[in-house]
Design a protein around this ligand. Structure first.
Ligand code: NAP
Length: 322
C-alpha cells in the first residue's frame, strides 16, 4: 500500500525541497503539516517567509495533489487528528526550533504514526554530543540526540539522516577551512538534503537506522574550493584554522549565526582520529541518487545564497557593512 508522508517545517529550505521531490517521484501520498498563521516564525539563517508567500507555496502544492493540514502545533488536540493516516512524519524544523518537535512526538504516537524522521541533517549528533568542548552547537547536538531517544521511548521507528556540511553556509570569504583541507567531507546543500529524504526512506535499511549521506558531494575542502575557483574564474580567499584557532575565534565571537559556525569549526577539528563525523551512505545504498552537479551549484545556488546570508549577518550586526 502507498505510504503517506507528512512534512513538517515544509516551507523551509530542506522541507520545501523534500515536498517537491515527493511530488516529482509520485510514489508516496504527500501531506504537509502547516503551522497556523501567527505562530512564531524562525529560519536557520535567512529572513522568514511572509504569510502571503506561504499561501502561494501551499496553493501550488495543493494543485499537485498535496494535502495541507493546518494546526496549532503546540496543541495535541489539534495535532493528533492532523497526523492520523500518516505513516512517515518528516520534520524539517530550523536549527533554532529543535524543541518544537516534542509535542509532535507525543501526537505522532497517539495518531499511530509508524516512523518519525527528526530534523537532523548535519553532523552525526550521537558522536558530537560527547565531544569534549562545550559549545552552543554541542548543546543543540545533545538535544537532537535526546529527541531521537524520545522517539524510541514513544515506540516509534526512526530514520536519522546526518548530511554533513551545507556548503552554502561555509563559503563566505575568506573561507575558514576546518583543518588542513585534505580531509574528506560530506557536502549536502539544503535543497539536496530535502531531495534525498524520500530516497532514503524508500530504502528498507533506513528503518531504525542512522543514514549519513553526502547528498551533493563527498570530497575535501581543497577539491571543493578548487572547483569553486574554476567556476567563478577567480581566486577564492581562504584561511586554514586548526582546533586551537577555532576555539579562540569562538570565544571572541558574540552570540549569533557566526558563533554557531565557529562551534562547528571546533567540532570538525576536535574528533578523535578515525572517528569521522561524515559518511557517504547514499553511495552504497542509493547509488542512482544524483545531487546537484557541482558546476551548476556555485553560480546558481551558493553565490545567490551567500549574498542573502551576508545581508542577514550585516542586518544582525554580525558582519560590518561593506
Ligand atoms: N549541516 C548544516 O550545515 C546545516 C545547515 C543549515 C541547517 N541544517 C539543519 O537542517 C534542518 C532544517 O533547516 P532549514 O535551514 O531547512 O530550516 P529553515 O529553512 O530555516 O526552515 C524554516 C521552516 O521551519 C518552519 N518553522 C519556522 N519557525 C518554526 C517554529 N518556531 N517551530 C516549528 N517550525 C518552524 C517553517 O515552515 P512552516 O511554516 O511550513 O512550518 C519555516 O519555513 C535543521 O535541523 C538544521 O539544523 C544543517
Amino acid at each position: 500500500m502507498t505510504k503517506t508522508i507528512t512534512v513538517f517545517g515544509a516551507t523551509g529550505t530542506a522541507g520545501s525541497a523534500c515536498v517537491e521531490e515527493l511530488i516529482r517521484l509520485g510514489s508516496f501520498n504527500v501531506q504537509v503539516l502547516a503551522r497556523r498563521p501567527g505562530q512564531q516564525e524562525k529560519r536557520s539563517a535567512l529572513a522568514p517567509h511572509s504569510a502571503d508567500a506561504k499561501r502561494g507555496i501551499y496553493d501550488r502544492w495543493r494543485k499537485s495533489g498535496v494535502e495541507v493540514k493546518l494546526a496549532d502545533v503546540t496543541d495535541h488536540a489539534e495535532l493528533i487528528p492532523a497526523l492520523r493516516g500518516t505513516d512517515y512524519l518528516v520534520s524539517c524544523v530550523p536549527i533554532n526550533a529543535t524543541e518544537s518537535q516534542y509535542p509532535l512526538i507525543w501526537a505522532a504516537k497517539e495518531a499511530g504514526v509508524e516512523r518519525f524522521v527528526p530534523s537532523e541533517f548535519g553532523a552525526i549528533y550521537e558522536f558530537e554530543q560527547f565531544w569534549p568542548t562545550d559549545t552552543i552547537h554541542r548543546a543543540m547536538a545533545r538535544q537532537k540526540a535526546f529527541i531521537r531517544r524520545m522517539i524510541e521511548f514513544a515506540g516509534l521507528d526512526y530514520t536519522i539522516i546526518p548530511a554533513g556540511f551545507w556548503p552554502e553556509y561555509y563559503m563566505l570569504e575568506p573561507v575558514m577551512v576546518m583543518g588542513d583541507g585534505s580531509q574528506l567531507v560530506s557536502w549536502s546543500t539544503g535543497r539536496d538534503v530535502g531531495r534525498i529524504i524520500p530516497h532514503v526512506l524508500a530504502h528498507p535499511l533506513s528503518r531504525n537506522a542512522i543514514c549519513p549521506v553526502a547528498a551533493t558531494a563527498y570530497c575535501t575542502w581543497d577539491e571543493l574550493l578548487a572547483l569553486r575557483e574554476r567556476t567563478l574564474g577567480r581566486k577564492v580567499e581562504r584561511i586554514h584554522l586548526g582546533n586551537a584557532q577555532w576555539k579562540a575565534a569562538y570565544e571572541r565571537q558574540p552570540m549569533g549565526g557566526l558563533k554557531e559556525l565557529m562551534a562547528i569549526g571546533i567540532l570538525a577539528t576536535e574528533g578523535a582520529e578515525g572517528m569521522s563525523l561524515f559518511a557517504n551512505w547514499n553511495k552504497t545504498f542509493i547509488p542512482d541518487f544524483r545531487g546537484t552537479p557541482l558546476d551548476e551549484l556555485f553560480p546558481n545556488y551558493i553565490e545567490p545564497f551567500l549574498a542573502q546570508f551576508r545581508q542577514q549577518l550585516i542586518a544582525a550586526g554580525e558582519l560590518p557593512a561593506a
